[in-house]
Design a protein around this ligand. Structure first.
Ligand code: IPE
Ligand code: IPE
Ligand code: MG
Length: 252
C-alpha cells in the first residue's frame, strides 16, 4: 500500500484518527488527587471521543492506552491501570457492540494477566462483524516492538523458503504489522503538551498530520476534538507531490 492508496488526499473528515491520551497524572496532581483519579476521568473522555467519532462517520480510532515503556512506572500505578483496563473492558464492551463498533486491541497482550487476555478475545469476537467505527486500543504497544515482531515473522518465512529476501518491500513489512489491515492514520493527536511520538505508531505515522495540544487528556472533550478536526481540514497533504499536483488530483 502506498501513501496514496492508503490515506486520503483531500482534507475533510479524517478516516483514521490516532491519539496519544496524555496528561492524566498532571490533571489529577493539579487537583490534589491521586494519579489514578486522572486515569478514571480519562476513561470518561474516551467514551466521549468514541461517541464523537461514531457520530462523524470516522472509520478508525486508535487510542494509546499503555505503552511498552509504561511498565517502568511504580508498581502500584501499573496494577491500578490494569484493574482499570479490565473494568473498562467489562463495562464498555456491550455498549460498543450495541453501537455497531468493532473493537480490537493491538500490542503484546501476552504480558497481561489471563483475565484481561480472555476479556480482550471475547470483546474482539463479539464485535468482529460490526460495520461502524473500528476502535483500536494500543496496549503494551510500542512502534519498535511492532516492527521487530514483523521482522521476526518475515525472518521465519525466509528461513522456511516462503519469502525470498530479494522481494521484501515496505508492503511486505506492512503486511506483518499489527495494523496490517488498517489504513494509516490521517490525523495524529497528542494531548498533554508534549510534542513527541513516545514510540507510538512509528511506521504508520509516516504521512499523518500531527496535532499537539496543551489540554490534558481528562479535559479533552468534544469541543477540543472539533478543534483538532478543524485544524486537519485546513491542511494540504502532499505525500511528496507539489501543491499544484495535489490541486489537480483533487479536481480530477
Ligand atoms: C497518560 O497519562 C496515560 C498513560 C500513560 C497510561 P499520564 O499518566 O502519562 O499523565 P502525565 O503525563 O503523567 O500527566
Ligand atoms: C505515552 O504517554 C503513552 C500513553 C499515553 C499510553 P507517556 O506519558 O508514557 O509518554 P512520555 O513518557 O511522556 O514520553
Ligand atoms: Mg504522560
Amino acid at each position: 500500500m502506498s501513501a496514496h492508496e492508503n490515506t486520503q488526499i483531500d482534507g475533510g473528515i479524517p478516516n483514521h484518527v490516532a491519539i496519544i491520551m496524555d496528561g492524566n497524572g498532571r490533571w489529577a496532581k493539579k487537583r490534589g488527587l491521586p494519579r489514578i483519579a486522572g486515569h478514571h476521568k480519562g476513561v470518561e473522555m474516551v467514551r466521549e471521543i468514541i461517541k464523537a467519532c461514531s457520530a462523524k462517520g470516522i472509520g478508525y480510532l486508535t487510542l494509546f492506552a499503555f505503552s511498552s515503556e509504561n511498565w517502568r512506572r511504580p508498581e502500584r500505578e501499573v496494577t491500578l491501570l490494569m484493574d482499570l483496563f479490565l473494568s473498562a473492558l467489562e463495562q464498555e464492551v456491550k455498549k460498543l457492540h450495541k453501537n455497531n463498533i468493532k473493537f480490537r486491541v493491538v500490542g503484546d497482550t501476552k504480558a497481561f494477566g489471563d483475565r484481561i487476555v480472555h476479556k480482550i478475545e471475547e470483546a474482539e469476537r463479539l464485535t468482529r462483524n460490526n460495520t461502524g467505527l473500528t476502535v483500536l486500543v494500543a496496549a503494551n504497544y510500542g512502534g519498535r516492538w511492532d516492527i521487530s515482531q514483523a521482522c521476526a515473522q518475515i525472518a521465519l518465512k525466509v528461513k522456511s523458503g516462503e519469502i525470498d529476501p530479494d522481494t521484501i518491500t515496505p508492503e511486505t513489512i506492512q503486511s506483518f504489522l499489527s495494523l496490517h489491515d488498517i489504513p494509516d492514520p490521517d490525523l495524529f493527536i497528542r494531548s498533554g503538551g508534549e510534542q513527541r511520538i513516545s514510540n507510538f505508531l512509528l511506521w504508520q505515522l509516516a504521512y499523518s498530520e500531527l496535532y499537539f495540544t496543551d489540554t490534558l487528556w481528562p479535559d479533552f472533550g468534544a469541543q477540543e476534538f472539533d478543534d483538532a478536526l478543524a485544524s486537519y481540514s485546513q491542511r494540504q497533504r502532499r505525500f511528496g507531490l507539489t501543491g499544484e499536483q495535489v490541486e489537480t488530483l483533487k479536481h480530477a
